[in-house]
Write a protein that binds this ligand. Structure first.
Ligand code: SAH
Length: 215
């Protein structure tokens, strides 16, 4: 992996632009400053890796915009040692940000090719994230319950499975909606299993699909 002074410089600028957009959590900004986002993209896109934009990663999927990664992570409110389930592994970038914050990360992806590619790539980087292939709507019951659940694709609804796999006191963040634009929601499960909903504005994500892809 080549991570040159130029890449590091571009990354610093990216972090400053995310900070200007309102992200204040220093641990998240540090994680973005540390992770070489350019190696998560095809090499032909090197020049774009540090723009604050989403980018295609193959199989019709995207790596989320860095600001969106930072924003979702900030409202997820992750602490060291938390068990976090991510729905939609994609490139694995978001999962690495979560591990940098000290979380134990479990991540599920429905595209088989992407799952294999990302699992191998991230292990080679030295991260300990556990990747699963399957329909994220069903969660990963074998490691439940989770302190935090993060959905990184546009969900038309939140499945009962995911709500069940959330610990009492746990939080789930999801871009909710079936159209082009979704509302970012944070659902908190109280100690007596009630759900509290907070809303954080509009975002655009690729859709969360039903079942596994048939590849
Ligand atoms: N978190 C990713 C970006 C996610 S893009 C990153 O950091 O790069 C959304 C991802 O969700 C895509 O990879 C898509 O294939 C996946 N996805 C869509 N529907 C899914 C489902 N039902 N279960 C699991 N993953 C799903």
């Amino acid at each position: 992996m080549v991570d040159s002074y130029r890449h590091k410089g571009m990354r610093k600028k990216l972090v400053e632009s995310i900070r200007r957009k309102g992200i204040t959590n220093e641990s998240i900004l540090e994680a973005i400053n540390k992770i070489p986002r350019h190696i998560f993209l095809d090499s032909s896109f090197l020049e774009f890796a540090y723009d604050d934009k989403p980018f295609p990663i193959g199989s019709g999927q995207t790596i989320s915009q860095p600001y969106t990664v930072a924003f979702q992570t900030e409202i997820l409110d992750v602490s060291k040692g938390h068990k976090v389930l991510e729905i939609g592994s994609g490139s694995g970038y978001q999962a690495c940000v979560l591990e940098e914050l000290g979380a134990k990360v479990f991540s599920i992806e429905r595209q088989r090719k992407l799952f294999h590619k990302t699992k191998e790539f991230i292990a080679n980087l030295g991260y300990k994230i556990k990747f699963f292939y399957g329909d994220g709507n069903k969660g990963v019951p074998s490691f439940a319950p989770y302190d935090r659940i993060l959905i990184t694709a546009a969900a038309p609804n939140i499945s009962d499975d995911l709500i069940q796999q959330l610990k009492p006191g746990g939080k789930l963040v999801v871009p909710l909606g079936s159209g082009d634009i979704q509302t970012m929601l944070r659902i908190t499960k109280t100690a007596d299993n009630k759900l509290i909903e907070e809303s954080f504005g509009d975002f655009r994500f690729v859709p969360l699909l039903k079942d596994k892809a048939d590849d």
